[in-house]
Design a protein around this ligand. Structure first.
Ligand SMILES: [Zn+2]
Length: 86
């Protein structure tokens, strides 16, 4: 249980794979969107992930146990997003 698992899903899971909670939030990156999602953050639907975005960031996070959940992507067909760094 204490082992660090890397959970990967091809779409947002309805339940946390770690604790089974249904409170799985989207992680948003970039602070400019904060005012738009403040209510979602308060409601626990969204977690802010900060400004640093790379291809290894989790997409979702369990509100209960803070487990990060990664989006399983096909990096071979989506290599274009790597050019988004600045
Ligand atoms: Zn959880």
């Amino acid at each position: 249980m204490a082992k660090r698992m890397r959970y990967q899903f091809s779409s947002k899971p309805e339940k946390c794979p770690q604790c089974g909670s249904s409170h799985v939030a989207d992680i948003l990156y970039g602070l400019q969107v904060f005012h738009k999602v403040e209510k979602d953050i308060e409601a626990g639907r969204i977690v802010l992930g900060g400004c640093i975005v790379d291809n290894n960031n989790p997409e979702w996070q369990c509100v209960e146990c803070k487990t990060n959940i990664y989006h399983k992507k096909d990096w071979f067909s989506r290599s274009g997003i790597l050019a988004d760094k600045h």
